[in-house]
Design a protein around this ligand. Sequence first.
Ligand code: SF4
Length: 402
Amino acid sequence: QCVQVCPTDVLTEQKEAYLVKKAIMDPSKKVIFMTSPSVRVALGEPFGKKAGAYVEEQMVAALRKLGADYVFDTTFAADLTIMEEASELIERITNHKPLPQFTSCCPAWVKFAETYYPQYLPNISSSKSPISMFGPTIKSYFAQQESIDPASIITVALTPCTAKKFEVRRLELQDALPDHPDTDYVVTTKELADWMKMENLDIDMLEPSKYDSLMPRGSGAGIIFGNSGGVMEAAVRTAYYMLTGENPPQDLLTYKPLRGLDGVKICDVTIRDLTLHLAVVSGTDHARQFIDQMEKSDKQYHFVEVMTCPGGCISGGGQPKHLQEDMNTVRKERMDGLYQMDEKMTLRFSHENPEIIRLYEAFYGKPLSKPAEKLLHTYYQDRSDILGEDPAVYQTDYQKEP
Ligand code: SF4
């Protein structure tokens, strides 16, 4: 199984769309899609639209035409991730637990850390990724609300990411609910585009459709998760509120130091008398460089976001490729597509999402509660033994002698 990011398609991903089609044909199953933010700014490209074109409602319409029983937005679960992850950060700072807190949304980064930096496993946020929070929430809360047997639910994550196919099969992410995998299948942007073409669905010919309403589209904070720096920016918005009882000032709503394609972005954010030292990293070589630098310096970072793909999930291994174009231009256009949508929205804070508030009131209680710990948090494993006796054979370009 290929879980690598492969910009030229030399390595091909494991396809799962045919398994989803089989589930759709089975009348005893309810097939529920959850769509990651980056898909909607890239799905138009195989149909001739420019990179970054925002095709959310056409994507939802396509999934309904293909047989989805429900279509949810993973940005809703991104808001849930922020509620848990920001609470965890504050709890670590308050109770002197291991810092910095590293993000955990990127399965390729998590596996990389498990292999090369197992000493930092206590630093990786125990909060699951949005997809891995959404699966068990759909099969528990949503199933209860709609009186659906969880055993009949098939959850399908539509993502830009080939590594998510590995994440959803981690045993640690299969055990939140007895007898049901938390998430059943992962389909990438490219797989969906191919499936649509096989069914003669053209994105321009589809009547736009909206998400299902019990867990509707998330906040702007959830939408920018697809960009490198987006998770950090979303978390800072809510951590600010959790620490002060007020929303952050306007300059923290388009926080330029956290944005852009640089492999390492470093900045400080002061919230009352607390100065948070933050870093945003994309790419594993940059992660190595950053960790080396962090270990050599005295600086105590509080929160570090790491994404494996350059620029974040907008350039994930399951996104359409542009071999003839400058990929950085494509990445920038997709990033802009997500930032522009965030700026257009009135709901821009995860903690203000009314359906997230309702979900906590009705089901989880509060962030880091016992039910939240059971369904929304996980743990990691030391995989460094696969390196054997000679870790040098696994060195990347950054580590090799010039
Ligand atoms: Fe997947 Fe890349 Fe996003 Fe990591 S950065 S979650 S590998 S798409």
